[in-house]
Design a protein around this ligand. Structure first.
Ligand code: BTN
Length: 254
């Protein structure tokens, strides 16, 4: 399988363009990039806001031989591919936040939206959307983001060609996805955890607090609660607990 990049001018969301193509039989490897999205979508019903022409908005069609339970691992895999791409751009200190966010110095540089379509319990296709901040400046980001944003430009002081960045990412993705096709998905956990920002830290998920232990086989996040239970987080968001919000817990690693 190889990736075939199509660059579009303005679309509502590259996810929707890719989904329509996938439903009309486009083979896996099609990658749709847009210079401008007027209705970019993020995880959990959020919108994805990005200044026209400055950042990467890309969706790829995959048709993995994975079970529906395994398919969320592709989002994790994609975040590793983005982090590897950042290495090549001279940003060696990128880290991952469960499930798919890519951070540099605690600021979000990329987000990933993974949308799977199943039929009779079988994965037909997965559309993986990547929003990577390439040339955005501080003033391009709204102030209300929960996690402050950054970009390749802000991290390196150098502008980068967005299409070239897309091609670099696709090369990384090609290597990692090729490995999934050859060896299965079990290697993804180790690669992801090696880049994980919050290992062993106290985290909060929908009011539940626990120490971050690792990923389960299916990519669920495992937290160990103060009363000794292990809980699996499969969806939603999880944030590091601030040291001053609970006296008896702190944010330090074990
Ligand atoms: C997130 O962090 O919430 C995920 C953001 C994903 C944004 C990308 S940009 C390309 C693709 N098209 C979309 O509408 N969303 C994804």
């Amino acid at each position: 399988m190889s990736f075939k990049l199509t660059v579009l001018q303005t679309v509502e969301s590259t996810q929707d363009v890719a989904r329509k193509s996938a439903l009309s039989g486009e083979p896996e490897g099609a990658a749709i990039m847009a210079l401008n999205q007027t209705r970019g979508r993020g995880r959990l019903g959020h919108s994805w806001i990005s200044p026209p022409g400055k950042n990467l908005a890309l969706s790829i069609i995959l048709r993995p031989r994975l079970t529906p339970t395994e398919s969320p691992l592709l989002g994790l895999l994609t975040s590793v591919a983005v982090a590897n791409t950042l290495d090549k751009c001279g940003i060696a200190r990128s880290e991952l936040k469960w499930p798919n966010d890519v951070l540099v110095g605690g600021r979000k540089i990329a987000g990933i939206l993974s949308e799977a379509v199943l039929e009779d319990g079988i994965v037909q296709h997965v559309i993986i959307g990547v929003g990577l901040n390439v040339n955005a400046q501080e003033s391009d980001f709204p102030k209300h983001f929960v996690i402050p944003a950054t970009s390749i430009f802000l991290c390196t002081g150098r502008e980068r060609d967005v299409e070239e960045t897309a091609r670099d990412f696709l090369e990384e993705m090609h290597a990692l996805y090729g490995r999934v096709n050859r060896d299965g998905s079990s290697f993804i956990r180790g690669l992801w955890e090696a880049r994980w920002a919050h290992r062993s830290m106290m985290m909060v998920h929908e009011g539940v607090v626990g120490r971050a232990k690792g990923l389960d086989e299916d990519g669920a996040l495992i937290l160990s609660t103060p009363d000794g239970r292990l809980i699996r987080i499969l969806s939603g968001d999880v944030f590091p607990l601030q040291p001053d919000t609970k006296g008896f817990l702190n944010n330090s690693r074990d």
